[in-house]
Design a protein around this ligand. Sequence first.
Ligand SMILES: NC(=O)c1ccc[n+]([C@@H]2O[C@H](COP(=O)([O-])OP(=O)(O)OC[C@H]3O[C@@H](n4cnc5c(N)ncnc54)[C@H](OP(=O)(O)O)[C@@H]3O)[C@@H](O)[C@H]2O)c1
Length: 290
Amino acid sequence: MFIHEVCPLAGGGAQGGAWYYLSLAPDRGADNSVGMTKNSLLTGKVVFITGASRGIGAAAARLFAREGAAVVLAARGTDALDRVVTEIRAEGGAADAVTVDLADRASVRTAVDRVEQLHGRLDGAFNNGAVPQRGFGPVETTTDEDIDEQYAVNFRGHWTAMTAEAALMRRSGGGAIVNTSSIGSRRANPVLPAYGAMKRALNSLTETAAVNWAADGIRVNGITPGGTSTEMIDTWEAATPGVVKQMTAKIPLGRMAEPHEIAEVAAWLLSDRASMVTGAIVPVDGGAGA
Ligand SMILES: NC(=O)c1ccc[n+]([C@@H]2O[C@H](COP(=O)([O-])OP(=O)(O)OC[C@H]3O[C@@H](n4cnc5c(N)ncnc54)[C@H](OP(=O)(O)O)[C@@H]3O)[C@@H](O)[C@H]2O)c1
């Protein structure tokens, strides 16, 4: 279903006669291709999304497709990915799925290769997949397994992905990368020390890659969500009942974010409308980090 809204431009509308046609969903062309609608944020772009089987990544896949992108969704959970892909296609979007384990470098490179096989190019990448810590507690009780997993999935996986993504983007003249960090990267994390440390390391990598790759026409930015209603937070709440209430109390806007509200910022950063933004780490936290 394609939904279009007609919005009057300032000074236009019924009086001035000038109207801006805003597409909220991609149109299909004669060849059944999607994403050629004028004025959508990501029209005509190929975007790769990790952690796309649920939560923020799945919301991003839906939003980016509505904004005209052909999306390639990646995660470990094949069935969950297929459900999101089916949903996007049913609404007229272009979507494919590829299985990836961010802990496995070869798997990450193969997933990016799959994007090239499907589309021959890559314009945007949303590196968003992550695992929560298995144990919650201070530095001295954090297990070696947790430290290793946080490093392999939440940091090294994105490094490997970014390198492969940038190589593919260079072949078509550039692109944009957005990494999902966390509000936890900005401060002490008394019960999630390994998670916070790897997210802060990801911020550093984001800024450095932005400088390294600017001359290649590749912008690299990060977002730091605050508390967002997803399975990751459900896991934390189950382990530490009351944590959602405590978190919410510290959010000036007075509520947790919905996944699509995080995806909106990523969509803008991936779009050409953010053409002068690179090396930025953008808070999306309802003011919690202010
Ligand atoms: N929710 C929050 O409050 C919050 C706050 C700050 C930052 N964040 C960040 O936002 C991002 C998305 O989190 P979310 O809340 O949407 O979490 P989520 O609902 O738990 O989703 C996590 C996603 O990452 C994927 N993933 C996990 N391990 C993976 C692996 N080894 N290889 C490939 N994919 C893997 C999961 O898919 P499979 O399990 O199918 O692989 C899933 O699609 C994460 O980077 C998270 O750190 C979230």
